[in-house]
Write a new protein. Structure first.
Length: 269
């Protein structure tokens, strides 16, 4: 009996090493949209760290692409790019010194006329993408370490002040929220669920039925959090999910062939 038990443990260990952690309930969620106005798209992923991710961004900038989405999962930075994004200039900062340092970097870029267009967290790193030419007239941020309900309350407070939520990320025990004015959205809504990925997708479909479009999706602390808006200009959306990053390329190609552009990516359970 002991030999059998040890054999089973060994077999499970071999499966884990061969298949990797991506096979154990984790998945990538990609959102695609029609009506973005984007030109050609491209993507890169790297598991070689934040310096390598930075190099890939610079290489794409040299080829006249802009970053339109940045996400992290399973030790991988996934970066999506587009030509004709509408941005006139971009920059980035990353820090491994915590959320307060990330907030300071954000303020420094605001002082130089940039807006935050994406923020991601992975492997102890806050990575922020900044852009000029967004059309936003003002931005603000909040972060909360008190759970998803407190984050939701902060979102409502900013809505009352005339802001829209334009980015949301979870990392290091914090929900980090970026708000903007003059987004062009006519209304926003959100849903969050701790009942798993399938329930999150059901909520997305329900919002689509009410003519909302998903503008951001994030996972953290056992919670899928989705942001929706009307007035995005997107006239159709679709999604793909996959358990392995090796399938990401096929998802991009199939959706591009169908006239879609990637507008969001996230990773969770």
């Amino acid at each position: 009996m002991k030999i059998l038990k040890n054999s089973l443990i060994f077999l499970v260990l071999i499966c884990f090493l061969v298949l990797g952690t991506e096979s154990f309930g984790q998945r990538w969620m990609l959102t695609f949209s029609k009506g973005t106005g984007y030109g050609p798209q491209a993507y890169n992923w790297t598991s070689k760290g934040v310096d390598n991710a930075s190099d890939k961004i610079k290489d794409r900038w040299d080829a006249d692409y802009d970053v339109v989405d940045l996400s992290f999962g399973n030790d991988t930075w996934l970066i999506s790019f587009a030509k004709k994004s509408g941005y006139s200039k971009q920059a980035y900062n990353w820090t491994q010194k915590g959320i307060r340092r990330a907030s300071d970097l954000l303020k420094d870029r605001w002082d130089n006329g940039y807006d935050v267009t994406d923020i991601a967290y992975g492997n102890g790193t806050w990575f922020i993408i900044f852009s000029k030419g967004t059309g936003f007239t003002k931005q603000a941020y909040n972060w909360s370490s008190k759970g998803v309900e407190d984050a939701a309350k902060k979102i409502k407070d900013r809505w009352d002040q005339g802001y829209d939520l334009t980015d949301l990320e979870y990392g290091d025990g914090y929900w980090f929220m970026i708000f903007s004015k003059s987004t062009g959205y006519s209304t926003q809504a959100y849903n969050w669920t701790q009942k798993g990925f399938d329930n999150a997708i059901d909520k997305v479909k329900d919002r689509w039925d009410d003519n909302y479009r998903i503008t951001d999706m994030s996972y953290g602390d056992g919670t899928w959090f989705m942001i929706f808006a009307k007035g995005t200009g997107y006239y159709k959306q679709a999604y793909n999910w996959m358990k392995s990053r090796s399938d990401i390329g096929d998802a991009f190609k199939d959706r591009w062939d169908g006239g879609y552009k990637l507008t969001g990516a996230s990773f969770g359970y």
